[in-house]
Design a binder for this molecule. Structure first.
Ligand code: ATP
Ligand code: MG
Length: 359
């Protein structure tokens, strides 16, 4: 009997609905090939949820997500909701989803595909062959530590406060995800902190170092975040898997993404202890091109491939989907964001057609 999977789809805003459709079509084909029975259920999040219900994350959406095997999210936000107060914006729906599902690990690959080397702003010899996975802690650190706020001092001055804090259990669980990820990849893990200045970073370094004993086949190194930023731009090929806290991970994963120069190609996964993960492109809702059939759906498709690998444990199906993406690039099909001379410019729908043909 076919293996059954319930997938919640969160199309969101902007180009979201266009690109998630392509991933669903691709998964449907993959399902037939690998005898996987996907049932898709759609739910509201972000700006479109605000318009329909007044809330960026309706209770119903969270419930559906919790009751599914995996969640595929497209993109959230747009000009229309930019003037709302911060706590009512579409993006708060995403924070609520992460918290509601306990997603503490964010995995962001930055891979330079041979077909797109020239999209990078760095020299070919620097970026060719780069294949990095950034594992970012997502629910702790300075974004959530207490105390936080803007307080009045005794002298009547205002004082803004955030607190970078990690408990050992929080470091251990993200560390385990990182070591296991490194084990499945190139076997190298670089932990990034600021242990020369920050006490919280010293604890981070100690715990990660202690964990290494459980993973003798993974080669562990440590870098201070300033040096890591420099090395990432200077010689990115030295990295395999990087693990770091919430703030440093936010910055380094964007820097790593920009090495590739192709925002429309980058997937991500956010994982919890158990229960469904959330799979989404790194890019935003691209309101400037929404509804024009110009969006690159491949980051969404590669996110679906990550879902097959990490949540559904179907590595062969994941490989097949990734290979189909390579095939359409080898056939020189390009959406506008990755277009270069001599290539064939296609829209979102045509990219979908050639991808399905490749599958
Ligand atoms: P967010 O704050 O949600 O990350 P953003 O404004 O930082 O959003 P994006 O929405 O990712 O950034 O858009 C940045 C630029 O990249 C835009 O010009 C957009 O059109 C382009 N872009 C983003 N994603 C894609 C895609 N999948 N295909 C084509 N172009 C894209
Ligand atoms: Mg952005």
């Amino acid at each position: 009997m076919a293996q059954q999977y319930r997938i919640t789809l969160l199309p969101g805003d902007g180009i979201g609905p266009e690109i998630i459709t392509v991933a669903v079509q691709a998964l449907t084909v993959i399902g037939k090939q690998f005898d996987l029975d996907f049932s898709f259920q759609e739910a509201l999040i972000g700006g479109s949820a605000i318009d329909a219900t007044g809330s960026p994350l309706p209770e119903e959406t969270l419930k559906l997500c919790r009751n599914s095997d995996s969640v595929m999210l497209a993109a959230i936000g747009g000009y229309k909701w930019d003037s709302l107060p911060r706590h009512q914006r579409p993006e708060t729906g995403l924070l609520g989803l992460r918290a509601g599902l306990g997603l503490f690990a964010n995995l962001r690959p930055a891979t330079i595909l041979p077909q797109l080397v020239d999209a990078s702003t760095l020299k070919r010899e620097v970026v060719e062959g780069v294949d990095i996975m950034v594992v970012r802690e997502l629910t702790g650190g300075v974004y959530f530590g207490e105390p936080k706020g803007v307080f009045e001092t005794e002298s009547g001055e205002q004082r803004g406060v955030n607190t970078m804090a990690y408990r050992s259990s929080e470091i251990d669980r993200i560390g385990k995800v990182a070591f296991e990820t490194a084990q499945k990849r190139g076997g190298k893990l670089c932990s990034v902190d600021k242990a020369n200045v920050l006490e919280v970073s010293q604890l981070w370094r100690d715990r990660i170092t202690a964990l290494a004993a459980d993973y003798p086949e993974v080669e562990l190194s440590h870098l201070y975040v300033d040096n890591a930023a420099m090395q990432l731009v200077r010689a990115p090929k030295q990295f395999d898997t990087i693990v770091t806290g919430n703030l440093f991970g936010d910055i380094l994963s964007d820097a790593a993404a920009m090495l590739t120069g192709s925002i429309g190609m980058l997937p991500s996964a956010s994982l919890g202890a158990d229960g469904p993960g959330v799979y989404e492109p790194v890019h935003g809702s691209a309101p400037d091109i929404a509804g024009q059939d110009k969006a690159n759906p491949l980051a969404q498709v590669l996110s679906a491939a990550m879902m097959l690998r990490y949540d559904l444990n179907q590595p062969a199906a994941s490989d097949r989907l990734e290979k189909a993406v390579m095939t359409v690039l080898d056939q020189n099909y390009r959406t506008g964001d990755i277009m270069s001379e001599g290539m064939k410019l296609v829209g979102c729908q045509e990219m979908s057609d050639v991808l399905l043909a490749a599958l």
